[in-house]
Design a protein around this ligand. Structure first.
Ligand code: 13P
Length: 255
């Protein structure tokens, strides 16, 4: 990647894993292993773990994110969490549009766009997830689909706000399956996303955006994926639940 232009960021997505006590143990293991990182290190954790993890990482280089947020500021939305609630705790990042939210919880390109808007308005940095299903890849529509997801999600986002957007390319068929995209496949789609950003915001702004790959990235394949010119980091599921594996990926992004 081009380190002069943009910062590598490795973010863990813990998904629905770890009680607060387990979260404390895991993040405390991560702190010494990732302290020399020459890249951004973020852990996105379940809402109930935020307090514990924020407290545990105080004074370290690890930053904390949530895994989703609602688009309204407050109101009758039982079970939901607003972006302002997150920032008031000290949360800096939020994942929006993860394929699991789209597949199981009815998130659409339109609700993703609304969540992105709310998160940016609250001052959060967004990790926006885009990616295709296997059938879509086989139909040859990956680039069009990812371009459309990116464009809709960023509707109304200014060039200045774009500096608080990270995009994670996560092919759905590679998530939790152990089937990683090849380094070339990952780079091709990340480069396509950058072309879309360039068409919307110009090449200088597009070159400054961190574009991550996510989908079975692990301690073994991270280096090859992160060596690609348009892959600026990773959004890590399973391997982010093991401090040692996560730190190996952080080291691969720090070279
Ligand atoms: P895995 O690394 O477990 O495939 O998950 C990737 C992911 O969904 C990160 O958001």
């Amino acid at each position: 990647m081009n380190k002069q232009l943009r910062k590598a960021v490795i973010a863990g997505n813990w998904k629905m894993n770890k009680t607060p006590a387990e979260a404390k143990t895991l993040v405390e293991e991560m702190i010494p292993l990732t302290k020399d990182a020459d890249c951004g290190v973020v852990v996105c954790v379940p809402y109930v773990d935020l307090c514990t993890v924020l407290d545990a990482v105080k004074g370290t280089n690890i930053e904390v994110g949530a895994e989703n947020c609602h688009w309204e500021k407050s109101g009758a939305y039982t079970g939901e969490i607003s972006a302002d609630m997150l920032t008031s705790m000290g949360v800096k990042y939020v994942i929006i549009g993860h394929s699991e939210r789209r597949t199981y919880f009815g998130d659409t390109d339109v609700t993703v766009q609304k969540r992105v808007r709310a998160a940016l308005d609250a001052g959060l940095t967004v990790i926006l997830c885009v990616g295709e299903y296997l059938e879509q890849r086989e139909q040859g529509v990956t680039n069009e689909l990812v371009a459309m997801q990116t464009k809709i999600a960023l509707g109304g986002v200014s060039c200045e706000e774009l500096s608080r957007v990270i995009i994670a390319y996560e092919p759905v068929w590679a998530i939790g399956t152990g089937k990683t995209a090849t380094a070339e496949q990952a780079n091709e789609v990340c480069a396509e996303i950058r072309r879309v950003l360039s068409s919307l915001y110009g090449s200088e702004a597009a070159n400054g955006v961190t574009i991550q790959y996510g989908g079975s990235m692990n301690a073994k394949n991270a280096e090859e994926l992160l060596d690609q010119p348009d892959v600026d980091g990773g959004l890590i599921g399973g391997a982010s639940l093991k401090a040692e594996d996560f730190s190996i990926i952080v080291k691969a992004a720090s070279r």
